[in-house]
Design a protein around this ligand. Structure first.
Ligand code: RIB
Length: 304
């Protein structure tokens, strides 16, 4: 079996749960705080490992306690974290996450994530692997790494989150792009919202396909997901969930999609599976700790 190799961010998430989020200039008391592992990269690697596929994490942490903790978290989840470098001069990435009424707002302090360089990557891509990246580490690193993966015959998946300006040539290296509605709107300068018609979403996905991405997957939260490829449009409806915290649901979707692909699944199957995995993830607090096991996803699919 191939591996899911994630090049990306590792953060300590500082999560404050409150009845509502404060307005600018306001103080809201009564929050509960948790320190939980996160970072889109780490979340995606753990999602894949929890679903039983070999997962490798490549990235950078600072020479501090958070960095040591995140290494332990990876090891405990069965992720090969030997490719995570320590940058002594930097602090480990931190994300400040405000959770209220099931929704979240995130402020990221990238720290060592932005010191992650392609020269730090010793792992060689293999045919059969899927190499994943997001936009929380330097674009130059992502580009080099995806180019190497492509050259070796591995598949590439780019999660365009959070959206940043990126060179057009980057998308030509991407087999599968995954992004949410907000990111899709930003990337394509389209007007999209929670009520946008499927036709509008598909049209925006087509813009990215014209830029070189082979398959574009738009995640639509409670409305499910849409995939657009040369074979046409696939739609998977959202599953009902008792939402506790949506943080990391997109990462769960990405990790599960990649995990399914390395097992040889079709796009339709991988999409359905990732959608069910994400529905499980929103029912727990936190990002990495909310990633479901293969058994939980199977049970969810059986109920769908
Ligand atoms: O996608 C959720 C993640 O985004 C959080 O874990 C946080 O660390 C930020 O990277």
């Amino acid at each position: 079996m191939g591996r899911v190799v994630v090049c990306g961010s590792l953060n300590m998430d500082v999560i404050a749960e409150s009845a509502r989020r404060p307005m600018a200039g306001e103080t809201v008391l009564g929050a509960a705080v948790s320190f939980l592992p996160g970072g889109k990269g780490l979340n995606q690697a753990i999602a894949a490992a929890r679903l039983g596929v070999p997962a490798v994490m490549l990235g950078a942490v600072g020479g501090d306690l958070f960095g040591t903790t995140l290494r332990r978290v990876l090891a405990a989840a069965g992720v090969d974290g030997r490719g995570v470098r320590t940058v002594r001069a930097a602090t480990t990435g931190v994300a400040l996450i405000q959770v209220a009424q099931g929704d979240n707002a995130i402020t990221g302090a990238s720290g060592a994530n932005m010191a992650f360089r392609a020269a730090m990557v010793r792992e060689a891509p293999r045919r059969g692997d899927i190499w994943l990246a997001q936009f929380e580490t330097p674009l130059a690193t992502t580009e080099t790494v995806l180019r190497r993966a492509r050259r070796a015959g591995a598949r590439t998946l780019l999660n365009l989150a959070p959206m940043v300006d990126h060179p057009a040539r980057l998308l030509k290296l991407v087999d599968i792009a995954v992004l949410n509605e907000i990111e899709l709107a930003q990337a394509t300068k389209s007007k999209l919202g929670p009520k946008s018609s499927r036709r509008r979403v598909v049209a925006a996905c087509e813009i990215l396909r014209r830029r070189g991405v082979r398959t574009v997957v738009a995640t639509l939260g409670a409305r499910g997901a849409v995939a657009v490829s040369a074979d046409g449009v696939l739609v998977v409806p959202g599953l009902k969930a008792r939402v506790v915290d949506t943080t990391g649901a997109g990462d769960c979707f990405v990790g599960a999609l990649a995990a399914r692909f390395v097992r040889g699944a079709t796009l339709a199957d991988a999409l359905r599976y990732a959608n069910a995995a994400a529905a499980c993830a929103v029912e727990r607090l936190g990002a990495a700790p909310a990633m479901p096991s293969a058994r939980e996803v199977a049970a969810r699919l059986a109920r769908a």
